[in-house]
Design a protein around this ligand. Sequence first.
Ligand SMILES: [Zn+2]
Length: 137
Amino acid sequence: MRPDCVFCKLVAGQIPASVVFEDEATLAFMDLGQVNPGHVLVASKAHAANLYELDDAQAAAVFRATARVARAVRAAFDPPGLSIYQANGAPAGQTVFHFHLHVLPRHEGDGVQLVWPVKNPPRERLAEYCAKIRAQL
Ligand SMILES: [Zn+2]
């Protein structure tokens, strides 16, 4: 636990949260901002600044919890769509530096925007990128 981390305080029960689910490794709670009704955050209980700091067991736990919460949100709110959003680093949009992801019900015209500027590189470039990543696995 990091004493200066708001999500660590939430996990420790030092600040209130509307908890929808928890297990040994994860805590899922209502996002205070509620971009759309039913907006839930799923966080690791242990402090990890981002995805890179999760070990395999933590990663498995948070994504298992995410799928479970997403199914519950769909059943409870019946949104026509649902997005999972997770950011690592300020340029990606991360504002709280304790791993979490958003389970966000979606509706037509809800104002949520994600610009997706595809570059469509040639096939040879994809093969280069692929080899570069595979060499790290
Ligand atoms: Zn933390």
